[in-house]
Design a protein around this ligand. Structure first.
Ligand code: FDA
Length: 311
């Protein structure tokens, strides 16, 4: 109940334009900006500098340019151009060749055909240079459109890509099967968005139970699944299932977000698991940042301390 309330509260705040303006002015200013805990920088170069350090510690990476729900195709074109440049910058930096993209940032909401085109341009350059491109999943109105877009590029022969499914959403168990049958990879998450009860579980126990069911399916019938969670119970369930079924540690990977449970990231890596860190960057960091606060209201205390500490 408290979980759902805090999620709604922070999602409501995330829609406040004046709060966004104020936060955007101070959140990333200076090296001690309060949003830097969760955002690797406002530019690709800053993010790559952080990513290098993460990789030096033995962790895998995926870089994500923040931004969503754009309103013009010009913005979608600009976001696509940033990704094309990012691929070149990652190559030049010699870091892990893996990126994540958000469909609405590439035009899904305005013109799905243009979005498919933009995704194909990114996938083509990515394929030339051996990159993997994960298509993030946004809120439920976009699930079918995202899977349709994914299916379009998959059937056109792009294999360097995979999707994300959210255990909170009822349909994800069926989607996990449909996607796995094609041979595509799935990243499993709980789901970051506040969804209505008609389409998604509301209680943490139900979201977690679905997460375990889907992860077990993906571990046996899926293709190199990514188990993306900071929840020790979900991580233990994954490890226990892998041990029980004799699934080797290189047949799947764990993923966590930049700045969250770095202790757990390090301990999984030390235990020989593959551990990938999602490294977000960009000027449009506010909605992403607010989702992170909503997941763990204690983060507000951490942010306040950072702000007070700056004075
Ligand atoms: P849960 O929220 O139950 O948290 C379990 C524990 O983890 C908490 O008790 C706390 O210890 C820790 N924790 C979780 N969030 C924290 C935070 N913000 N700050 C500090 N501690 C925290 N979602 C989506 O809808 N579409 C997507 O494409 C993606 N992509 C994605 C990629 C990767 C690599 C990750 C790790 C996550 C996503 N997500 C996502 C987000 C995901 O759906 C979910 O919102 C968060 O991972 C939080 O859920 P947990 O599984 O961590 O569990």
């Amino acid at each position: 109940m408290l979980d759902a309330l805090s999620k709604s509260f922070f999602h409501a705040l995330a829609r406040s334009a004046s709060l966004e303006r104020m936060a955007s002015r101070y959140g990333m200013s200076g090296r001690a900006g309060f949003a830097r805990r969760f955002i690797a920088g406002e530019t690709a170069d800053e993010a790559i500098a952080q990513a290098r350090q993460i990789q030096a510690g033995g962790l895998l990476l995926t870089l994500d340019q923040l931004g969503e729900s754009i309103t013009t195709l010009g913005e979608a074109e600009a976001a696509t151009a940033v990704y094309l440049t990012l691929i070149e910058k990652i190559r030049a930096a010699g870091i892990d060749r893996n990126i994540s993209v958000k469909p609405t940032q590439l035009g899904l909401d305005i013109d799905p055909a243009v979005c498919v085109d933009n995704v194909k341009r990114i996938l083509s350059l990515a394929r030339d240079h051996d990159f993997f491109v994960r298509i993030d999943m946004e809120n439920t109105p976009y699930i079918q459109k995202t899977l349709d877009m994914f299916s379009a590029v998959w059937t056109q022969g792009f294999r360097n890509t995979g999707v994300v499914l959210q255990s909170a959403v009822f349909r994800s168990e069926e989607d996990a099967k449909a996607v796995s049958v094609t041979g595509a990879r799935v990243r499993l998450v709980k789901g970051a968005y506040k969804e209505p009860s008609a389409v998604a579980y509301q209680a943490k126990a139900d979201v977690d139970a679905a997460f375990v069911r889907i992860l077990q399916y993906l571990m046996t019938d899926g293709h190199y699944p990514a188990i993306a969670t900071h929840d020790p119970a979900m991580i233990d369930a994954t490890k226990a299932f892998a041990a029980e079924k004799g699934i080797a540690k290189d047949r799947f990977e764990f993923q966590m977000l930049y700045g969250i449970r770095r202790d757990l990231q390090a301990s999984l890596m030390a235990d020989g698991y593959r551990m990938r860190v999602y490294v977000p960057f960009g000027k449009q960091w506010f909605p992403y940042f607010m989702r992170r606060l909503g997941e763990r209201p204690a983060n507000v205390g951490f942010i306040l301390k950072a702000i007070v500490g700056e004075r």
